[in-house]
Structures are given as C-alpha cells and as structure tokens.
Ligand binder design. Structure first.
Ligand code: PNW
Length: 491
C-alpha cells in the first residue's frame, strides 16, 4: 500500500510469496529405485531419437539422494516456499490404488517434506508434472480414457491423506496445454502421440479437465475443513499482441489466439464450465468432420462440476507473441490454428530455448488480462524463467538471467501497484539446472549450475541465485537498486 509509512518503491506487499520450482522427473533420478514404477517419461527418454543427445532422467540432479542439499540451497537464499512435484509411479507403481502403494516412495516424500519444514520452507506440491505411470498409458491410453479420472482421484486422495497434514498448497496438473499439444499433437513429449488433426490433444484435455475437477472436489469435500489448505491448477498462458492494432482482422486473430491457447483451460475453470466460444465452434466442426468420434461436449452437469474448481489462478508464464491474421481457406491437413500467424519483434532478445523471448511487459499485460477476464482472482505465479545453453566455460555469471528476473519482477510489481492485480506469489523456474524434457541437459534454467558429468552432481550458485536472494531478503528490490538501468543494459 503506497500510503503506508514504510512504503518504498520496489517493496512487495507483506506476505508476498517468493518461491522456486522443480518437477520430479526433471530432478529426482532414481528412476527404478526402491520399487518405483516406470513413467511415460522413462519409456520416452529411453526411446532412441526422442531426447537430444539421448539424455534421460535416470539420474538427473539425483535429488532422490541429494534432497537435503537442495533444501540447503533454498535456505541459503532465504526461501520460505518451494514448489516441487510428486512422481505418481513412485507412489503407485502401476498407477492404481489396487496395484498397491510403494511405501519407500511415500517415505521419500515424507523425508523431503519434513526436511523442508524443519528448515522453515513451506511445500507447494504439484500432483501431475507429466510423469504418468506407464501402466496407465499402456492399459488404458492414459489421458485418452475416462478411467483416468478415477485413477487420478485415487492418487490425489492418497496424497492429501499422506501429506496434507503438512502440505497446504496443492496443484493438480501442471500446464495442461503443453500436456495436450506436446504430448498428444506434436509428439515432442511423452507419450509421443502425433495427431495433426488436433483431435487427440483435445480429447486428452477433455479428460484432464474432468480429472482436475474430480480431485478439487475431493479435497473440497473431504480434506479442506480438516487440513485447511488451498488447491488449484497451474496453466501456462501466453500473451499476444496484434501485429497491426488498427487492423480488425489482426485484432480478431489475436483474440482467437488468446481463446484457443490461453482460454482452453482457463475459460472452463474460471468463466462458465465450458470452452471459450471460438474453441467450442471449432470442436463442433472437428466432430462433424470426424464422424464416429465422441464429440467433445460438456453436459450441464460437467460444466457445473468444472466451474470454480481452483482456489486461485496458478500461472506459468514464458511466452509473448505478435499475432496476424492469415486469410486462408482451411485446406486438407490444416486446422483453424493455421489462420493465426505468430511472430516476434526483432528487438526481443532470445533465450537458449527457441521458443523463449524476453518480453517482461508481456507478463504485466497478461496479469491484467487475467484480472479482467477471469474474475479478478488471486494469482500465484508458479513459474517464470530463462534458459542458457550448455556451453563451456559454464555460465555462472548469468547476467542475462539476472536482468530477466529483474525485468519480469518489476512488471509484477507494476501489476500489483498500478493495475491492482492480486498477485500473491512469484516463482523462479528453476532452483537448479535439470532435465529440460526433449532438450535433455542442453538447456539450463537454473539459479544453480549442476555439473551433469560429475556423478556427485555438484550444484554451484549462479549470480542469479545471489540476486534472487536479495529480492527475497528485501521482499522486493533492494533500496537503491537501479532496476531500469539493469534492464536497459540488456536491451
Ligand atoms: C514449462 N512452450 O514447460 C514446464 O512446466 C517446466 O517443466 C519446464 O522445464 C519449463 O517450462 C521450461 O521449459 C514449458 O513451448 C514447455 O511454450 C514449453 C513451453 C512452455 C513451457
């Protein structure tokens, strides 16, 4: 509150949450240790040609053994929150409750959670960060089969029961859009399904929404009162700007982009239980063009069940694009997505990841968009970050990442104080370099450098870890920090 006596520009609201994130398959290793079942990512990364250089998560950062070291890294930064995910097949090796619980896996998460709490760090737990039990994929087709809803609910219930006495912040699914697009359309991610008609991706998303809603209701009914936590989902939303703001067709294409990609999951959960209008029309067309498929329509009961199933708006943000209309008649092998042309501005710096450009103001506009379109929710930023390459000598003095964080955090600050957006947390992706999915270890997002050639997987703080520590300790920008200057240097 700028009216407060002790207000300094750059200081975030009291109680603002600074966090950092990881995910089980990306850091744990121990892929076949102590009774863990296989996940679709174990199988995918062991399939030649799927991951750069043939990298796998077999050992990754070895956090299965080194979790105490991880907690010390966080403690050294002054972190009071940590977002990580549970490996479903480490807990239910074949994905099902009937198949039995792997007590060693449960013990691992109990040790991790206790270690965090002992060190004053609150766990924020993601139930599904992409490592589906392989058995569920093989037996039922994973997200393409409705039985997944009950299996996910059994797993979620087990987690609430086992860990909910200490875990007060839950996320059901991480980035459903990436699960659908990369896993079930382009096939770049596990389970590696390719379907240029888009249908398989939309089917996966349909089941995912139901599974998410089912787990939210379970927590709401059976655990909320006794455990007193919060539960929601985290969505990756892009920001899009029209190429020519005075050209109605570009403005409309931008609106379509936001509906299809950002509204795919946000609209059902936060607006009316159903897909955004443009996407609904397209799904209807898709069903007409593919007779024999079950159309992707929610019943009135489904909609009631899905609407409102997130206690907050969980946001992962990385991408801003410039959008133009493509005036085409959709031909064979094309879809409505082909009517949208995306570009970037030549002055936007790019990170190592081909899709990742540095556009801090995109985050501020997106936050305002969420406030306006999704009911002014509490927003928890659960990921934001930047990649470097795997180069020699290692990038420890990662000034570009420091500038990235400075620029994005400053835009969050403006969103809170100038646009009145209710942002409650900021989370840096990631605590340390890790298995970056299809890119393996070729892209590094960490605040800490990990040497993947050393069996001990030593971690070294980068300059960005020092910078983030200052932010955390000061609850924002340190007095006298010239953020603008830092950011301008980068541009
Ligand atoms: C997120 N894109 O994935 C994930 O939640 C993390 O596990 C991952 O390591 C991180 O971002 C960095 O990639 C994304 O193409 C993957 O726009 C791809 C995209 C966005 C996010």
């Amino acid at each position: 509150d700028p009216a407060r006596d002790d207000f300094r520009p750059g200081t975030f609201p009291d109680g603002f949450i600074w966090s950092t994130a990881t995910a089980s398959y990306q850091i744990e290793g121990g892929w076949n240790t102590d009774g863990k079942g296989q996940s679709i990512w174990d199988v995918f990364s062991h399939t030649p040609g799927k991951v750069d250089r043939g990298d796998t998560g077999d050992v990754a950062c070895d956090s299965y053994n080194k979790y105490r070291d991880d907690v010390q890294l966080m403690k050294a930064m002054g972190l009071k929150h940590y977002r990580f995910s549970l490996s479903w097949p480490r807990i239910f090796p074949d994905g099902t409750l009937a198949g039995g619980v792997n007590q060693d896996g449960v013990d691992y998460y109990n040790r991790l959670i206790d270690e965090l709490i002992t060190n004053g760090i609150a766990p924020m737990v993601t139930l599904y960060h992409w490592d589906l039990p392989q058995a569920l994929q093989e037996r039922y087709g994973g997200l393409l089969n409705e039985t997944l809803v009950e299996h996910f609910n059994d797993y979620a219930s087990y987690a609430f029961q086992a860990f909910g006495d200490r875990v007060k912040f839950w996320l059901t699914f991480n980035e459903p859009k990436v699960v659908c697009d990369n896993g079930h359309i382009t096939g770049e991610h596990a389970p590696g399904i390719q379907d240029p008609t888009l249908l398989t991706g939309y089917r996966a998303g349909h089941t995912l929404l139901k599974a998410h809603a089912r787990a939210w209701h379970t927590y709401d009914l059976n655990y909320r009162q006794t455990q007193g936590g919060k539960i929601g989902i985290t969505l990756n939303l892009d920001w899009a700007e029209p190429r020519d703001p005075d050209l109605p067709s570009d403005v409309q294409a931008t609106d379509r982009y936001m509906q299809i990609y950002s509204g795919w999951f946000a609209h059902p959960i936060y607006v009316d239980g159903d897909y955004p209008p443009f996407l609904k029309d397209e799904l209807q067309q898709l069903a007409l063009a593919n007779p024999g498929i079950n159309s992707l329509v929610f019943t009135p009961e489904d909609k009631d069940y899905i609407l409102g199933t997130s206690d907050f708006f969980g946001l992962n943000h990385y991408v801003t694009r410039i959008v133009a209309n493509r005036d085409i008649v959709i031909g064979p092998g094309q879809t409505f997505r082909d009517t949208i042309e995306t570009t970037v501005a030549p002055e936007w710096p790019r990170a190592e990841s081909t899709w990742l450009y540095v556009v801090p103001w995109g985050l501020r506009r997106l936050l305002k968009h969420i406030k306006t379109n999704y009911g002014d929710p509490d927003i928890y930023i659960t990921e934001n970050g930047r990649s470097d390459g795997d180069v020699q000598p290692p990038i420890i003095k990662d000034t570009e990442r420091v500038c990235y964080y400075a620029g994005y955090i400053e835009e969050v600050f403006k969103a809170i104080y100038e646009d009145d957006v209710k942002v409650k947390s900021y989370t840096a992706w990631s605590l340390m370099d890790n298995f970056e999915w299809a890119r393996g270890y070729t892209e590094r997002f960490g605040l800490h450098y990990v040497d993947f050639t050393d069996p001990k997987r030593p971690r070294t703080p980068k300059q960005s870890a020092e910078f983030y520590k200052d932010i955390i300790v000061n609850n924002g920008f340190p007095e006298g920090a010239d953020v603008t200057e830092m950011v301008q240097d980068m541009w």
